[in-house]
Design a protein around this ligand. Structure first.
Ligand SMILES: [Zn+2]
Length: 681
């Protein structure tokens, strides 16, 4: 009986022993928090885990780290079974003397146990529990494996977990590149008794390691930089998609951020607080640089909003698509469009749309090359009214403008002047269609013509001048835009290899001051393009069926001997030839639509009877919100020299549009009169 109970006792002890040794251990999660990198592996951002830390798991402990860690934490590590009775005894004496439980006496294995167990209050029970798990860990894993767990799980301060992130954070290197002095410094960090500096503890650890004089003498060079955060809007977007190896070019991104910073003062002068920049690789269609607001952490102006994906009014940046559709339908850059006071029907009965150019002037017959390059509004609307808003809308949606949810009637002919809303990303992607030679959406011929016009500094000179932000030492196709009432300012352009888009504005939609396509976004575009473009050659290949033909600069037709100005244009080789019929030996005969346009160049013989030529009687005008008030002027024209009154008040021949019904009277020196009535809305 006695014997049996002794056996039972021994059996129980043995069973407990077995349970202690082989019982369960908590799961060990080899966690590596993501690192978002650019295309070359350069770190853009290191997100924090839910616990607010960054970690990375390494498979093997480098020798210097192993030696330093053992010296710092647990000098008898190689010899104990998971708990160290000598250390425990020493800690117990300490605890009894101070009447409380303090840290210490824990082996590296016990610390691993503590790190993998759920956190709890530091009690004797907790310590016993850790000791049991430590015994189990020793039963299952080799010493080296346990040491690996420790250096991967230990907190090294600065929100880092594990030696891999710590060596990068403190010394900017991988753990196997740490010197003995550096390894000793890091080993001092996880368990630093209060009052002891990390450097003092490093000295103690080096002592224990019996380090050489040169190890002691090494001056530690710390990596003082903050955690990198490049392209935060883009990183946020990629992380949401689970992408960590991104297409971005960190070097270019830094340049873009520097360019924005350099232009900040000028932007503020124009009342613009935000700027978005997107650089697209035309071949892969992936972003190379991406700036959402110019100031991610700026709270006052919505800095966290991503301006690359926020819908805004595009202004004139949609005009190339209008002309692209026109080219697809048979027009050419030599086709002449009337830039004259014109009224276009709207979906609303009895209401006409009266587009104006930015400078309030009309230029008579204008070839599409000049009309597009100079961004004249009247010809763009004239072309759109010819192709129809529904056709353009269909094309724009196909080109990727997915926010155009209204009907063609809703947008009307204002669609080409940017009444709809699009994003910078959509614009950049749509322009890159031309850069890729049409992409099957438009013909290579149309892509070539649009590109050739937008990269023709001579063609835009009559409006934009030369030598400014739109001129480059290599071919760049470029278009500017300004939205209604100057809320948004854009410049979009491309070379063969990249498409660059810049938006300048305010997320609260407050207006810009004195800003046009040239003063706001264009200078930033200029610098970004210089930094981004590597291919300085021709942008797109010229289709073989186009040939350089002479044309009359005015009519766009083949010149006759009477045409004073001859230019050259790329035209289809097989197109029927039509000679200029406007220029004659003794006179210029313009088609009737230009008769009302008064100009020394196109002198029009008037009839003797006084007559108001513009505006026409009973016209309704809409005030065009895309223009400055000073350009909202009605040009008054009569068949001879007259004085003008509007509603009885004298005015010159440029009358600022005012809402209401008005009577306009012209009186010549002989007292002849003519009058018209108009409505302005
Ligand atoms: Zn001619």
């Amino acid at each position: 009986m006695k014997r049996l109970s002794v056996v039972g006792c021994l059996l129980s002890v043995a069973l407990i022993g077995v349970w202690v040794r082989v019982g369960p251990v908590p799961p060990i999660k080899a966690e590596t928090t993501p690192v978002v990198t650019d295309r070359n592996g350069v770190v853009l951002y290191e997100p924090l885990s839910r616990g607010g830390t960054r970690s990375a798991w390494i498979a093997n402990v480098p020798e210097n780290v192993a030696r330093a860690t053992i010296a710092a934490e647990d000098q008898r590590f190689e010899h104990h079974i998971g708990v160290d009775p000598i250390a425990i005894a020493r800690a117990l004496v300490h605890d009894v003397r101070h009447l409380r439980v303090v840290e210490g006496g824990s082996t590296i294995t016990q610390q691993v146990a503590k790190l993998i167990l759920p956190p709890r209050k530091r009690t004797i029970v907790a310590k016993i529990r850790e000791a049991i798990v430590a015994l189990r860990l020793e039963h299952r894993y080799s010493k080296r494996e346990i040491l690996t767990m420790y250096v991967n799980l230990a907190p090294y301060g600065q929100q880092t977990i594990g030696i891999a992130r710590a060596s990068d954070r403190y010394f900017g290197c991988a753990p196997d590149q740490l010197t003995i002095a550096q390894a000793a410094y890091l080993a001092a960090l996880p368990q630093r008794p209060s009052g002891q500096t990390a450097m003092a503890r490093q000295r103690m650890i080096l002592n224990r390691m019996r380090a050489s004089k040169s190890d002691f003498a090494e001056r530690l060079a710390f990596n003082r930089g903050a955690h990198p955060l490049l392209a935060p809007h883009f990183v946020e977007r990629e992380l949401a998609l689970g992408i960590t190896h991104t297409s971005l070019d960190a070097r270019l991104q830094r340049q873009v951020e520097g360019i924005i910073a350099a232009h900040k003062a000028n932007l503020l002068k124009h009342g613009a607080h935000s700027v978005a920049v997107l650089v697209l690789d035309n071949r892969t269609r992936e972003p190379l640089a991406y700036e959402g607001s110019g100031d991610y952490f700026g709270e006052n102006f919505g800095g966290a909003i991503d301006g690359v994906t926020t819908p805004r009014q595009p202004g004139s940046t949609l005009k190339p698509f209008t002309y692209a559709v026109a080219f697809e339908q048979g027009l050419t850059p030599a086709t002449v469009i009337a830039d004259v006071p014109s009224h276009f029907a709207t979906a609303e009965e009895g209401v006409v749309y009266t587009p104006r150019n930015y400078d309030g002037r009309f230029r008579g017959p204008l070839r599409i090359r000049s009309a597009l390059a100079g961004s004249e509004n009247v010809p763009a609307v004239a072309v759109l009214s010819r192709i129809g808003p529904a056709t353009l809308l269909r094309f724009l949606r196909e080109a990727g403008f997915r926010d155009l949810n209204h009907t063609a009637d809703y947008y009307g002919v204002g669609l080409t002047l940017g009444d709809a809303e699009v994003t910078l990303e959509q614009l950049v992607r749509a322009y890159s269609i031309f850069a890729r030679g049409g992409d099957g959406i438009v013909s290579t011929r149309t892509a070539f013509w649009i590109t050739d016009i937008l990269s023709d500094p001579h063609a835009r000179e009559f409006i934009f001048g030369s030598g400014g932000s739109l001129d480059f030492p290599f071919p760049v196709a470029v278009k500017t835009g300004t939205s209604q009432a100057y809320h948004d300012n854009w410049t979009i352009g491309y070379t063969r290899d990249v498409t660059v888009g810049v938006w300048v504005g305010n997320f609260d939609r407050s207006a810009l001051r004195n800003s046009s396509g040239i003063t706001g976004a264009a200078p930033i575009f200029h610098d970004v393009m210089l930094a981004a473009a590597k291919d300085h050659g021709p942008i797109v290949d010229r289709p073989a069926d186009l040939e350089l033909d002479p044309i009359c600069a005015l009519s766009g037709h083949r010149p006759s001997i009477d045409c004073p100005n001859v230019e050259q244009e790329w035209l289809p080789a097989n197109a029927p030839v039509q000679f200029c019929s406007w220029h004659h030996a003794d006179r210029v005969e313009l088609p009737s639509e230009y008769r009302a346009l008064e100009s020394s160049q196109f002198a029009v013989r008037s009839s003797q009877r006084l007559q108001i030529l513009s505006p026409a009687n009973n016209t309704t005008f809409l005030i065009d919100p895309t223009l400055h008030r000073e350009f909202q002027e009605l040009k008054l024209k009569a068949t001879s020299s007259v004085t003008w009154t509007v509603d009885g008040r004298p005015t010159n021949d440029e009358w600022p549009l005012r809402a209401g019904e008005h009577t306009i009277v012209a009186t010549d020196s002989l007292g002849n009169r003519d009058s018209v009535r108009i409505t302005v809305r």
